[in-house]
Design a protein around this ligand. Structure first.
Ligand code: ZN
Ligand code: ZN
Length: 632
């Protein structure tokens, strides 16, 4: 009697239920552990299983053969493999393949590579399935060495027109950073499918060559959703959010419907650009498409809303989430911190700990930001200590940056200085820059000079530091020193970073640069500003010309001040939106003290909420006040 064994084809998912023993004569008690026939894990157990079969007069083919193969092949010099394979007199290769596939898709991927070598040593010639399973393992392990061995077989055995194999090889080379090899293969392909193109686009974009990726994308005769998504994601990763959005709109016009991966990429682009309207539309689309359960989509939605200044919407998404990851919690904590809601950030942190979630370095960055934005010195110190003490997370330079920021703003310049000089990582310009900012608030000229000495070496072409230093001298009435810093800046060829602000109205983004009089509505904007200024003066606004560093008459300085990009954007927004509507502005630099004071007054006059996202954080102006409570 020979039991027929289903030798699963390599593409068939193998699962081996124990056959029924209806006609077994021997009482079960006399069979020593029949279970072993199906569940052996070691060569010894396999030997025992074989003994059982022989004793009970059963064919060896009852054994789950892929299991036999794994054990034999992974055990050097174990001759049973050959014996059994010979005995069952089946083509051996499908058996090896089943086994290879199981290993390549399982948890011990590296065993697939060992098994492959064992198979070669038994003089078994691989077929195309073998190659594809081993390549799968190679991609997983980023193992280009064994990938090249498989590539050799592909060439030798004449599989050059097998698209699956060549695509897998391109994928492997690309993932391992060997783009030249990938390109060579791609160029040589007698025919390509969409997958080949998509892999090349993805890999080029991952390597940062987004132009090369787009060139290929443009050359594609036929594209599918994956092609579009790969290109959109590529643009996002390379910081080209505008291009990503443009491509997404084009994709929609072609009638393609975005999947979760596309949605995540587009939302990230919206977050970068502050494109709230599109972000909201994608949110609705995600709800309709059932993506709301996807944690990545929700996390990106939270990030998008936070970066667009809609804290409430971010909270709503967070609350609605059934399952949250550490990314969700960290994003929310960081968001609350950026919006100046330190108490809520701390509360959320505690809630997270209670829920059993373990904080990571990003969570701590958020919580330290919260402390630093609100001047919570003791809390900040405690969290900083807790990082390494309770969670074994070594503080990174960013964490030190937060602490220096916290201490220097709070006036503890000496403590901040000691932290900088004792930290185990070399302090960078950001750290000294925070310290310099603290020196300005505290009006400490000597400490500022020390910071400036360091910054002159670490980041000599950053105009911001010279401006702060010159301001510090000016406030101390040391005019000559102030002039000397400005001259130094000029001599070194340091250019002032032009300030710009954007505002999105009815889907269109409008950009303003400081002093901009080229805007089509410039005349009207200036007129409207003059009117607003009258009302502002009545409310006690006095222009703060100390933020202007140029040598000019006081009245000229004022005029200069009134042309700051965020002011232009705000007036434009007031002119082109309905009354009562929230105005959202994004600025590339830190908002200046004068604009901050002006926006507070204006928010009261026009009875509107004005949200400004600057380089560091959000300011939400409402009823004459700012959410930062002037601590920024
Ligand atoms: Zn300003
Ligand atoms: Zn503020």
């Amino acid at each position: 009697m020979l039991h027929s064994i289903c030798l699963a084809s390599p593409l068939h998912n193998s699962h081996f239920p124990p056959p029924k023993f209806n006609n077994v004569q021997t009482p079960t008690s006399q069979i020593p552990n029949t279970n072993l026939i199906y569940h052996f894990n070691t060569p010894l157990e396999l030997k025992q299983a074989i003994t059982i079969l022989i004793k009970t007069n059963k064919p060896l083919t009852l054994l789950p053969l892929p299991r036999v193969a794994s054990i034999c092949a992974l055990t050097p010099n174990f001759p049973f493999a050959q014996q059994i394979f010979n005995y069952i007199n089946q083509p051996q290769i499908p058996l090896w393949n089943t086994c290879l596939r199981n290993l390549a898709e399982g948890n011990n991927v590296i065993d697939a590579i060992f098994l492959f070598h064992q198979m070669i040593s038994y003089n078994v010639v691989p077929d195309s399935f073998t190659c594809s399973f081993v390549l799968k393992a190679c991609v997983h392990l980023l193992d280009i060495y064994n990938g090249k061995i498989v590539h050799g077989y592909v060439e030798k055995l004449g599989f050059q027109s097998n698209l699956v194999l060549i695509n897998a090889l391109i994928h492997l080379y690309g993932s391992c950073g060997a783009m030249d090899d990938a390109f060579q293969l791609f160029d040589k392909m007698p025919q390509r499918d969409i997958v080949s193109w998509n892999i090349m686009i993805t890999q080029l974009a991952k390597k940062g060559d987004v132009d090369g990726a787009f060139e290929l994308f443009s050359r594609m005769q036929e594209r599918n959703l994956r092609s579009w998504t790969a290109m959109i994601t590529g643009f996002v990763h390379c910081g080209k959010a505008k291009e990503a959005i443009r491509l997404f709109i084009e994709m929609e016009e072609m009638g393609l419907r975005a999947n979760e991966v596309t949605v995540v990429a587009v939302l990230a682009a919206c977050a970068d650009l502050g494109e709230l309207e599109l972000g909201r539309r994608i949110h609705e689309y995600s709800n309709e498409s059932g993506f709301r359960r996807n944690v990545h989509v929700c996390n990106t939605l939270i990030d998008m809303y936070i970066k667009c200044g809609c804290l409430e919407a971010a909270k709503y998404v967070f609350e609605e989430m059934k399952e949250r990851t550490i990314i969700s919690w960290s994003a929310m904590i960081q968001g609350l911190a950026m919006h100046g809601q330190a108490d809520e950030a701390l509360e959320l942190f505690n809630e997270m700990i209670k829920s059993g979630m373990r904080p990571n370095e990003v969570t701590f960055l958020g919580i330290l930001h919260a402390c630093s934005h609100m001047g919570l010195i003791n809390e900040g110190r405690e969290f900083f200590a807790s990082m390494s003490r309770d969670y074994k997370i070594s503080p990174q330079i960013e964490h030190y940056g937060c602490m220096v920021d916290l201490l220097s703003r709070a006036g503890l310049l000496q403590d901040a200085y000691e932290l900088i000089t004792s930290m185990p990582i070399k302090p960078n310009a950001v750290i000294w820059g925070s310290f310099l900012g603290g020196c300005k608030i505290q009006k400490n000229v000597e400490m500022a000079e020390e910071a400036m000495r360091q910054l002159g070496i670490l980041d000599p072409f950053n105009d911001g530091y010279y401006i702060i230093m010159s301001n510090i001298y000016a406030e101390a009435k040391r005019w000559e020193d102030a002039a000397r810093v400005r001259k130094l800046m000029k001599d070194r060829g340091v250019k002032k970073t032009p300030g710009w602000s954007t505002i999105t109205i009815a889907g269109g983004t409008h950009e303003f640069v400081a002093g901009d009089d080229n805007h089509p509505q410039a005349e009207e904007i200036f007129k409207r500003w003059d009117k607003l200024l009258e009302q502002m003066r009545l409310k006690g606004y006095v222009p703060n010309t100390s933020v202007v560093l140029l040598d000019m008459e006081e009245s000229e300085k004022e005029k200069y001040l009134y042309r700051h990009s965020e002011k232009l954007a705000l007036v434009f927004g007031l002119m082109n939106t309905k009354s009562g509507e929230t105005i959202r502005i994004m600025k590339n630099l830190r908002v200046c003290e004068d604009c901050h004071a002006a926006f507070k007054v204006i928010s009261g006059i026009v009875e509107r909420e004005i949200v400004v996202r600057d380089r560091n954080r959000f300011h939400c102006f409402k009823d004459g006040l700012c959410s930062c409570k002037d601590y920024w």
